[in-house]
Write a protein that binds this ligand. Structure first.
Ligand code: A4P
Ligand code: MG
Length: 333
């Protein structure tokens, strides 16, 4: 069953709490996080004298009964520090079921009873559910930064016809033409991968000419790469000043923005790199809900696999390039 959830916060570090809530939703057993909206800054609706809210929406699929899902969402609210005192008071986090299979009972009404009255819920929902139709009311809802989708992750993999990625810790394929494409695509950009993928690299060393980030809960330190222990830590590193460094040792001077004289300020020559997620299975599963693009080299073979690329059902095939023995498919949302 598909459900759309609405998240809101207007106390504490709202954006951080929202990101943590989304990561917690991802970890609910029998829930699959499919898609996440941007973050929106919104004027309090129906209440006065409250700080502005940060709102967002996510799409999930689940086999849980609706009331069990509600229990899980309330558990997450509680773990993130929500205390319920009175109705509609300012809150650290609120997670509502906005839309999904109709239900109406004492504890739960879906669609949410105010969904169609609230632009702060409708606008994020529309972003991840483009065919959803409704009328807006002119409330103040502004796009803001901080959502995991802002990193615009691009997933890159080489798979067999069944989306198999690897077997016994090895890649299924090493096709020179595909490796050339991979290098061209990722060179001078950021690559994000897991410990097992590192082991498939030449000499088990980070790849040259790219910013290497390893997402691993066990690995300590390694030269030539940043190691992060969680997705939240990954976001921190991607946001850090380091992200603005110039790869390849170019001779570019960074001019700090002079806000007092904007007309002479020079655009900061940021080396804004793309964020390529390159494996393996677990890392793809962690980051696909936040991804915007997928490059899949599909080899016309049925080689046995024990690791698989996740479903691309949430994406649309945009183009296909044919090479000898494989095709390169590009998907976007
Ligand atoms: N409940 C019934 N239906 C649902 C549903 N579809 N999803 C019951 C979730 N819960 C549902 O909710 C009260 C009870 O509603 C729950 O115990 C559940 O059994 P709550 O979260 O404990 O209390 P609440 O959040 O104060 O009430 P409610 O009705 O969920 O408030 P809302 O709808 O969240 O509104 N302005 C802006 N800009 N952004 C906001 O996010 N939020 C509110 C609160 C007001 N103004 C806002 C925002
Ligand atoms: Mg609520």
């Amino acid at each position: 069953m598909i459900y759309y959830l609405g998240l809101g916060a207007n106390l504490g570090e709202c954006k951080k709490t929202l990101r943590r809530a989304i990561e917690s939703i991802k970890k609910i057993p029998a829930v699959k996080l499919l898609r996440v909206s941007s973050f929106y800054e919104t004027e309090p609706w129906g209440v006065e004298n409250q700080p502005d809210y940060i709102n967002a929406a996510v799409k999930i699929s689940t086999t849980l009964e609706p009331l069990t899902l509600l229990d899980e969402l309330q558990r997450i609210e509680f773990e993130l520090g929500r205390i319920r005192r009175k109705h509609w008071e300012a809150r650290i986090i609120d997670i509502d079921i906005l839309y999904g299979e109709k239900i109406s009972c004492e504890r739960l009404t879906v669609p949410h009873k105010f969904l169609f009255d609230r632009d702060f819920a409708l606008i994020p929902l529309k972003e991840i559910f483009p065919t959803f139709e409704f009328k807006l009311h002119g409330d103040k809802v502004f796009l803001t930064d901080g959502s995991p989708v802002d990193f615009k992750f691009k997933l890159v993999a080489c798979v067999n016809k069944n989306f198999g990625l690897g077997r016994n810790g090895n890649l299924l394929f090493r096709i020179p033409e595909d490796l050339k494409n991979f290098r061209r695509l990722t060179l001078n950009h950021t690559i994000i991968f897991g410990h097992n993928t590192l082991k498939t690299f030449p000499n088990q060393k980070p790849l040259d000419g790219r910013r290497n980030i390893i997402l691993s809960r066990s690995l300590e330190k390694i030269s030539g790469a940043a190691v992060v222990g969680s997705v939240e830590e990954l976001f921190g590193v991607l946001n850090s000043a380091e992200n603005n460094f110039v790869i390849g040792g170019g001779n570019v001077t960074l001019h700090p923005m002079d806000a007092s004289n904007l007309s002479t300020a020079i655009t900061i020559p940021r080396a804004r790199t793309d964020n390529f997620v390159i494996g393996g299975e677990q890392i793809f599963n962690e980051l696909i809900p936040y991804a915007e693009e997928i490059f899949l080299s599909v080899v016309d073979e049925n080689a046995q696999a024990d690791k698989f690329f996740p479903s691309v059902d949430e994406f649309t095939l945009r183009d296909v390039k044919t090479f000898a023995g494989f095709e390169l498919r590009r998907y976007t949302r």
